[in-house]
Design a protein around this ligand. Sequence first.
Ligand code: HEC
Length: 99
Amino acid sequence: MPSNGTRASAIVLATVIVSGTLPAHAVTPEEAFKAGCGGCHSSDKNILREIPRGPDEDRRAWILKFMASHPNEMDSVKSQIVEYLVAKSATAKSWWQFW
Ligand code: HEC
């Protein structure tokens, strides 16, 4: 039988986890990508490979320029898609650029 203190922190932790998974917007960045690009791109692998390395603002500029002349099946979530690609291109490169 856990002490009251243990049980209380378990409840707090569960609350944090639940509220953390609730989307801030109607769609998460990943859902935005699937809605806007997923119809033609079943995976983001090739897309992430195409995005050049560099600081966030350089990648964001490249992504915006590319998307200006590329189809998007849900333009209303364009800003979430851009954020998704900026974030994912940062982590996707960071672990293998040293190898
Ligand atoms: C109507 C279909 C369609 C949609 C929607 C679409 N694309 Fe593409 N995309 C393509 C095609 C076709 C290619 C060329 C693939 C190839 O040459 O292998 C491509 C290529 C790309 C490439 C170059 C890398 C590669 O795979 O060749 C990037 C980057 C890219 N798309 C990003 C996006 C993003 C981001 C979105 C969502 C905003 C998106 N695309 C939505 C059809 C689409």
